[in-house]
Structures are given as C-alpha cells and as structure tokens.
Write a new protein. Sequence first.
Lengths: 335, 335
Amino acid sequence: MAKKERNNVTIKDVAEDAGVSTATVSRVLNKSPFVTDDLRKRVKASIAKLGYRPNAAARALKTKETRAIGILVPDIANPYFMHIIKGIEDVIAPLEYSLLMASSDEDPMKEQKLINVLAEDRIDCLVLATAGSNEEVIEAVHERGLPIVLVDRLPEELAEELDAVVEDNYGAAYELTQRVLEQGVHSLAVIHGPQTASTAQERAAGVRAAIQDKAPGVSVTEYYGDFYFDSGLRAARRFLKKGCPEALLAMNNLMAMGALSELLKRGCKIGTDLVFGSYGAVDTLLLPGTTIYYVNQSPRALGASVGKLVKRRLNDPEAEAVCDVVKQPVLVQRL
Amino acid sequence: MAKKERNNVTIKDVAEDAGVSTATVSRVLNKSPFVTDDLRKRVKASIAKLGYRPNAAARALKTKETRAIGILVPDIANPYFMHIIKGIEDVIAPLEYSLLMASSDEDPMKEQKLINVLAEDRIDCLVLATAGSNEEVIEAVHERGLPIVLVDRLPEELAEELDAVVEDNYGAAYELTQRVLEQGVHSLAVIHGPQTASTAQERAAGVRAAIQDKAPGVSVTEYYGDFYFDSGLRAARRFLKKGCPEALLAMNNLMAMGALSELLKRGCKIGTDLVFGSYGAVDTLLLPGTTIYYVNQSPRALGASVGKLVKRRLNDPEAEAVCDVVKQPVLVQRL
DNA sequence: CTGAAAGCGCTTACAG
DNA sequence: CTGAAAGCGCTTACAG
C-alpha cells in the first residue's frame, strides 16, 4: 500500500514562514500564555496561509497522550450499547477527546485483536464491554499502563481491579422472574444469553434463584441464545413446537424482540396467551393491547457514569478502582 | 491530565535483551525475510519476555501510515449506517486496518470538528456520510492528501472529485411515490428529511416529480423532519390533526418508524385506512395484516462497495474518482 | 544478513 | 518572552 507524501506542511514550515522558531509555533498551538501578541498573530497567519495541521502521531509520541478514548463493545448495532456510548459522549464531549469505537461482535478472538491494536498506545483510556474469555489480555494491557473502565460486563477475575459500571443483573433478573411467576404460570420458557458474557451468567443465576424461591414446581424449558435477534426468534420457534408456553423470559432486548416477532407472527397474544418478560426494553412498534414485563435499563445513565469514571481516571491514574452497581427496576408496559 | 510513564518497554529494551540492534528487532516486527532464524527466535523470546508492544504513534510518524480507517456517519444508532459499517468491515477486516468510527449526529458543526481531528494524520482514509454544509472542509482535507470515500450522502460540489457510493435517491423516491399514488389516493402526506442532507433533497425532488407526473391534482401536505424517529412521530401527530391522510410517505427508515408507531397507537389501519410508503425498510414488529411500500435499501452491499473503493484508493492514491450509484428497488411488505 | 545513524514532526526543559 | 537542541520510539536507506 503506497502512501504519498501527505502533510507536507509541518511546524517547521510555519516557523520559517512566520520568521520564528518551531518552539514558538508549538507554544501558539498549545495556547501557551508566554507568547507576545505580535508573534502569536504572525504565527496564526502563517498557519492559516499554509493550511497547517498538527500531526497527531508526532504529538502523541512526544507527550504520551493520544487524546483519544477507545470504546469497545460487543455489538455496536444494539441500541443498548449505542445509548451507553451516547452517555459517555455527553460527559466527554466538552473535554477535547475523540472517541474511537469498535465492535467485537461478541467474538472473544476479535475482541482480543482489537484490544491489542488499541493498546499500541492508540488511546488514553479504554472503555470495554467485554465479550468474555479475555481476562488475561485485559489484565496484561491494564498492567502495562492503559486505564480501563469496564461497562455492563464484569468478569469476576477483574472485579476488584478495574473501574466498572454495571447493572445488578442478578437482582433485576430475579425480580423480573418473580413478577412473571406471580402471574401464576405453570410453565416457563427462558432464553438465556451466551454464557461467556458475565451478564448472561448473572441473569441466569437470578432467574434460577427466583424460580427456586417462588415457584420450584414450575416446568422450565431453557434455550441458550447469543444475545442477537435471530437467536430469540429461533428460541421462540423451538418453544412453540411443544405448544405455547405460559410464560417466556428473554434475557436481553434483542432476543426479546426476536422472540416477540416470531410469537406475533404465529398469532400468539402477548399478555393474554402468554406472560412475556424481557431483560431490557422492547421499544418498538407493538400491538395495542400487549402487556410486557421488562427490566428498564438506563444505558445512557450508565454511559454517563462511565464518562465520569473515565475523566477521574484520566486525571488520576493512581486512583483506587471504583465499581458502580446500578439497580434497574422492573416495569410493566401496557399498550 | 497527568499521564504516567506507560509503554516503558521499547524496541531498544528488546534489542538489548536479545543482544541485537533495534534495526533487527524492527525487521522481526515487520516480518522482513532477511533475518536469520536464530536472531528471529531470540528477538521473539525477548518480546514475549518483556511484554513489548509497538508504539503506533512512533510507527505512524515514521511510515506516514496509521493503518486506521475512519468512518464518520451522521447517526451511528441508525441501523442503516450500522449495516454500511458492517459491509465495510466485511471487506476491510482481512487487511490489517482498524476502523475508527464516529458520529456527527446530523450536526454539521460536530462533523466539522470530527473531520478536523481525524485529519491530523490519524487515519489513512476517511469514509464519510456527511451531514451537509461542510463541502469546503472536506475539500480542504482531501486536497491536503487524505483519501476520502463518500457514502450515502453526495453533495453536488463534491460529485466529480471524490470516490462515492450512493443510492439513486431521486429514482427510488420517484418510484416509491408512484407506487403509492397508483393506489388511487386523493391526499398525500410527506415527511421529508433535513434539507442539509443531499439524500433528503434528492428524495424530495423525486417525490415531487412523481406527483407532478402521475397525480398533479393530489392534495399534498409536507413536513420537514430531521431523519430521527421522533420527528416522524411528531409529523404523524401533526397530520392526524386534520384527519387521517389517505397516504403517507416517510423519507427514511427512522421517521417511518416514528410515524408508524404514532399511527398504530391512534388505531390507524396501515394498508387499509392509509397507504404507507417508506424510504427504507421498517424491519420491526408490526401488526399482521399490515401492508407497506418501501424502498429496499441494501446498506451492507453499499458498505462492501465502499470497502472496495477504500482498498483501491489505499493502493492507488492517484486513481481517478469513481462514483457508484446503486439502484434500490421498491418492494411491498405484507404481513 | 546485520548494525549505526539519520530522521519522521512534534514538545519542553534549559538558557538567555 | 524566545530559541537551540534534545528526544519521544520507531523505520530504513546505506554500508559492510
């Protein structure tokens, strides 16, 4: 891959044009107060005249700061993560950092590659919702000096070590299940997430504990999905083979939507034929008359908390690790 | 913002540890064939032992290649752009480039800032779906040597100059409108996109031409939205004040969903009470019995074309600009 | 095949 | 307040 000479105009050209040293140009660039107005004006004129733009790599090499923050999520197409990103942006935008986003597509191998690339001193801080199975890499990168804030996913091994903002997955899943069971159902179908994800594990544990505590006799069918729409759809199809279950629980928003779309297509009356519970909101076009129980996640608020931790960490690399556990309420949606 | 010493271990440390020169370490890193197996082994051992990672900034400074590609879209939360990004990834992933994504939120000012940051030699190529009003900045950055591939949005001023992959917005909007008008409606409500976006302009022109040609007598009500869900919802609300129109046309997917959600809530029977047309698929949970006319966009294929243009451009910075115009068919969705 | 050395474009003590 | 100079961590002709 050839690369032609780009960025022909450097700080040196500007210095020459303005008749000053490169040090002075640099000072103007960095808004140092110790430059006379006269020189500042001349330098600025030359910059404009020559169309000069600083070179981020050179600056980063010298300062050890990239002024970029990396955000690595498992599925950038999932509105949940999109809102987390927005929340981070809300907080970070005023600072002059750019956000680098990448998606692992729930693939630990892909995630590992991305982490390693980002760790080549490309970012000042990494926000990570891990697909799982990468604890060693994450620790290695962190020990080497890259600040990391975990979000949504928190593998046990990393719990005390890193900053994190997570939901009370166990508690919310427990409550959701309880609410659904309270409707007096005899059979329950559950669509779990991929057990590589810490959230999926915790939610599964919450569901099981609630069943154990509240309705140990209920007949349970389980399906292990991958947190994507299609797996929810496939799960519903599978469940329907044995007739419509009295209740269905989907452990994330996308799988819930997949399941709903299949159930609706089959003419299932949600809220009447079947009690539906979803971990995460299903904010889409639904049949009027539908009732759904759901965990009301607040990803934007989560994102804002993450943003604050990032700021704090940037200011104080030595600060103690903080773990925010945000409680998410269970709500009922009646349309 | 303090920055502690990171990346303590450099190529020099590795060289020392392995008892070779930094040049040799660099050669091993870059898989140069001209290193004896013995040295290669020693170097690799030292790299592993010391946990060395190359510094991207230093490499970029020297080689003028960042091995990163920037993708700047107006709304990263819109599934349409997400799929374009996936399409690009499909093609680019095998090359060893990382993708930097950013979102302008349809805000030209924000876009301008982001372009300028990315243009500080942070990326080797920019994929841009512009919010509009930034033609001068885009040209400046391009002239300075940053390869750019436009996607979806193509402002007239940039048409011949830059690589681009776009839809035939005019044609598809024309056909969509025609199909809806053929249902024999007397009144038509249209939700346009923001006129800063080239796509919104072209689609509006297509709609108007079709009306002119096919049903000049139809009563038309127009609303100018911003391509987001809420504006579609507001538009529908506005239209409904004067009673349900016989036909409604939404000029992108999100506004279509917003409008639909409001119409459904109000008990409007889509496909019966009202002919619904959408520029873009509404791939969500709908009432069975609903009929919708829509332009079937193929963003993932668009993305793949973009990826190919990026590759080509990376290989040959001097290549002539290419403009792919992809025709998108109008389909009917019956549920 | 290997190494010494120059240099990429910045920033920043250090003098003055 | 300003400039000369060193150096950030790499790569790459150039010799050998």
